[in-house]
Ligand binder design. Structure first.
Ligand code: AHR
Length: 868
């Protein structure tokens, strides 16, 4: 890619768009009008219009969103009503707005130029009422700023006022007379519509800045919208292109050997019903309405369970449970033999002929009468696929076990438990586990799925998320201690993606999996604040763990380090050893926070945690967080905060279109090498077609080029169970019997399996001068310094062939037989299979890149080859 040409094209467009603002005769000042509309359910954010005479108004954009509302849940909230713009005595702008008609908070954000806004905060100024029609002004008598609003609940309108000197701390609300308010909003006509908002006279440079910012945003949006659908027109007369790549062996740099990793989050049923091999759904009878916020009346302790036969009852009880963390259990009362409990599994139980399945359960038989349990797998017609009989005679909770060998392969078996004597019996933690798990661990992982993930050869595994890590409200923050130890003692919790986490796959299992696949564990712990899109806690937004509880919160994080790395005799190391792993797990990284709102609440807590880890465990690298996007207030403020604290690595997230990835290959070329390193913790181009995969592949060539600043990267999300997805773009789809890797998976695998740690600079000359053509061809050349092998990756995002000539003189490859792997097809293909063939390679050789293709060339170290 030729960055210089890209920049020149960009400058030309900006110049042509903005020559208006370079007119010789500009006004010294103009009026700026700030407003929001109720279009799109009031989710379009802050707009500006300008005028020189207060009569003729010019909308910028026409409705450019200069600041979105960040308040509340995605989808349901993020609304802005009636913004009020105010400039303080230090020329700082403040925007106050109403977020809904329910909560007693208002939103506040500050800006120096009206373009770049600081992260919003949401002071809760009144309880049990709302905050509408906000206003602010300076009160010279008190030297304070006054914020007033109307509370309108219950049909009464009452005005209130608070004072502040910094828009951070506010006095208690005082009632005031409505007519004492400024009522300074005005109405103007913009493009034929009457809008209400605030009007200020400003220097022309402010208006000019807004116009230019809009032009830039519009230009970027246009680039991001580019897709292969436009190719037939855009590249109508394009002939095959020629590409000359010249590697400069003397110009190489060390890059991260951790670049390619994975992001695991329990989203889309990735854990229970997915990677975690348990076959019984709701084994602990802990599902509850709250998991789905009451939206599904069937989501109760009985979910996935039913009664077989008519002569009995099935109830849920919680008196004297197996463990206090696992309160509910089933009580089965039968009056005729044949009646029992049946579990439907996670959309059916898939079993394979000849394979062995471990059954276990906790049972309590309060009656003197001896009882056997017939446990069997049946098909949908009642045919028996396998069975065992178990004694259940203890009046106290007892763990019972049995083994079932399947006599058939089916995908939708059911598990039946049928007491062989009438009466009552209590059952809990009813489990059916394949013996064939990944690496044969008990309580292990689904073998085929775990292997598919392992085939990516990830250098690290991030877990447990994502939003799952910081939760929906502070009570839902992921607590690693609830996920270790005996299964019956783990404390299930609501999964904010709308189901439940049993935590059968907990921190021990995550660490074990990392070890099994040779990946570095990267746990991510909430920064003492929940998800910024929380719908509960902190007045429906990001509130923090109370400061008086932060010591305990921080201790939990320090205990995690001991759990992983401590001696088997240490308090937490001992728990690891008891679980079966006396040797440490070798934790080196810990993520603190996940795309949080960089509020004061966040900063205070992050700084406390960061300081404690640095002091107690300087050997651990802390990864900070810089918000959910590649730009915007959290990104800017997060970076400024990380730079101030000297956080070694920050976690960036962005889900973008293929057009964005194609047009932003220079994103990290511009990064300051002296600041924090980057962990690109979540990224994906929206969609699962080949074109998406190729846009990621070309972006990955740029990540390799910037492997000195981007230390780690993980595509997200990793797993998605068909019919149970909450996120459309994922790396690997699966159901109970099949695994369906996406083209993006193939790209990740070709990078992961053939990773280098030395980047070899190369010049690329493309025969066609068009910028659009040039940025659709990508190359990176890396060497693995351990093996000496050299890998060349080339991407062709054009609808025509590219004939590449590679000059690798100086890399000492020698003439040899290398291999090329080609991933290609139609850009909209949802499945693509890489094809590997032999290729004569050497100092100078040719490669053909088919239209829409990713080509990996593998070359062994020359010496190794010549010894053979
Ligand atoms: O990857 C899915 C979600 O996207 C993650 O949970 C969250 O961090 C991001 O917004």
């Amino acid at each position: 890619m030729n960055c210089q040409k890209l920049l020149m094209a960009f400058a030309a467009i900006l110049f042509s768009l903005s020559n208006f603002s370079t007119l010789a005769s500009q006004p010294d000042s103009a009026y700026v009008f700030a407003y929001a509309t109720t279009k799109n359910e009031a989710k379009n954010g802050l707009h500006f219009a300008w005028s020189v005479d207060k009569k003729q108004w010019n909308a910028i954009g026409p409705e450019e969103r200069f600041m979105p509302s960040d308040y509340g849940r995605w989808g349901a909230e993020k609304r802005m009503y009636r913004p009020f713009l105010f400039q303080d005595n230090n020329k700082q702008w403040h925007c106050l707005f109403t977020v809904n008609d329910r909560d007693g908070v208002f939103a506040h954000a500050a800006s120096a130029d009206l373009v770049n806004w600081k992260p919003q905060d949401y002071p809760e100024v009144i309880q049990g009422n709302n905050c509408t029609e906000l206003e602010a002004h300076y009160d010279p008598a008190s030297g304070l700023y006054k914020v007033s609003w109307l509370s309108t609940k219950g049909g009464n309108t009452q005005a209130y006022e608070v004072s502040t000197k910094d828009f951070k701390n506010y006095s208690k609300p005082a009632p005031m007379a409505t007519n004492k308010r400024l009522n300074s909003r005005v109405k103007v006509i913009i493009s034929g519509s009457e809008e209400s908002g605030t009007l200020k006279k400003v220097p022309w440079s402010i208006v000019d800045g807004l116009i230019k910012a809009h032009q830039l945003m519009a230009y970027n949006a246009q680039l991001a919208e580019e897709s292969y659908h436009q190719d037939p027109v855009k590249f109508k007369d394009l002939k095959p292109v020629e590409v000359k790549v010249t590697a400069d062996a003397g110009n190489s740099k060390q890059i991260s050997d951790l670049l390619m990793g994975i992001f695991f989050e329990d989203i889309n049923y990735a854990a229970d019903g997915g990677l975690y091999a348990e076959l019984v759904e709701n084994r602990g009878f802990e599902y509850n309405l709250h998991d789905k916020l009451g939206r599904d009346p069937s989501w109760t302790s009985k979910k996935a369970w039913s009664l077989i036969g008519n002569d009995g009852t099935f109830a849920i009880d919680s008196v004297s449970p197996v463990h206090l963390n696992n309160k509910h259990y089933a009580v089965l009362q039968t009056s005729k033999i044949g009646t029992g409990l049946v579990n439907e599994g996670f959309n059916g139980i898939a079993v394979k002929k000849g394979e062995t399945y471990n059954f276990s359960a906790f049972v309590r038989n309060p009656e003197k009468q001896r009882k056997n349990l017939l446990v069997r797998l049946t098909d949908q017609h009642g045919g028996v696929i396998g069975k065992t009989t178990i004694k259940a005679n203890s009046p106290n909770w007892e763990k019972v076990k049995g083994v079932i060998i399947a006599n058939n392969t089916i995908k939708d078996a059911r598990l039946e438990i049928i007491p062989q004597a009438t009466g009552s019996i209590a059952l809990d933690m009813i489990s059916l586990f394949p013996q064939n798990t990944f690496k044969g661990h008990s309580n292990g992982l689904r073998a085929d799925l775990a292997q598919t993930v392992a085939d990516l050869k990830p250098r690290f595994v991030r877990f447990p998320g994502g939003c799952v890590a910081h939760g929906d409200g502070i009570h839902n923050i992921y607590k690693w201690k609830n996920t270790i130890g005996p299964l019956e003692a783990r404390k299930p919790d609501r999964n904010l993606w709308g189901y439940q986490q049993s935590f059968g796959l907990g921190f021990y299992e995550y660490f074990q999996y990392c070890e099994d696949i040779g990946a570095t564990p990267v746990p991510v712990i909430a920064a003492g604040v929940p998800c910024q899109n929380s719908g509960t806690g902190g007045a429906g937004q990001q509130g923090g763990v109370p400061l008086e509880e932060m010591d305990e919160y921080i201790q939990d994080i320090l205990d995690l380090i001991e759990y992983s790395n401590g001696d088997a005799k240490s308090t937490w190391g001992k728990k690891r050893a008891e679980a079966g792993h006396p040797k440490p797990f070798n934790l080196k990284y810990i993520g603190i926070g996940n795309e949080d709102l960089i509020s004061d609440v966040f900063k205070e807590r992050f700084a406390m945690i960061y300081k404690a880890i640095k002091e107690k465990h300087p050997e651990i690298t802390v990864i900070g967080t810089v918000g959910p996007f590649s730009e915007g207030s959290d990104y800017r403020e997060g970076w400024a905060f990380a730079t101030e604290l000297g956080v070694p690595v920050v976690d960036e997230h962005y889900y973008q279109s293929p057009g964005w990835f194609i047009n932003n290959q220079d994103f990290y070329d511009k990064y300051d090498r002296s600041k924090s390193k980057v962990y690109l913790g979540e990224y994906a181009s929206k969609g699962n077609a080949l074109y998406n995969a190729l846009s990621e592949a070309i972006y990955l060539t740029a990540l390799e080029r910037n492997g000195d600043v981007v230390e780690m990267a993980s595509y997200a999300p990793l797993l998605a169970k068909e019919q149970f997805t909450q996120w459309g773009t994922d790396l690997i789809f699966f159901n109970n019997t099949e695994i369906k890797p996406t083209p993006s998976y193939e790209v990740q695998k070709l990078y992961g399996q053939y990773a280098g740690d030395m980047y070899i600079n190369s010049d690329m000359a493309v025969s066609n001068n068009s910028d659009a053509v040039q940025k659709r061809i990508g190359v990176s050349v890396v060497r693995n310094s351990k093996s000496g092998d050299v890998f060349v990756r080339m991407v062709n995002l054009l609808p025509v062939e590219a004939k590449a000539n590679l000059n690798l003189q100086g890399l000492a490859i020698g003439n040899q037989s290398g291999r090329q792997t080609v991933l290609s097809g139609q850009p909209g293909d949802k499945v693509a299979t890489p094809v590997t063939t032999e290729l004569k390679v050497g100092d100078n050789f040719d490669v053909t890149l088919p239209p829409y293709s990713f080509v990996l060339i593998q070359m062994n170290k020359a010496e190794k080859k010549s010894k053979k």
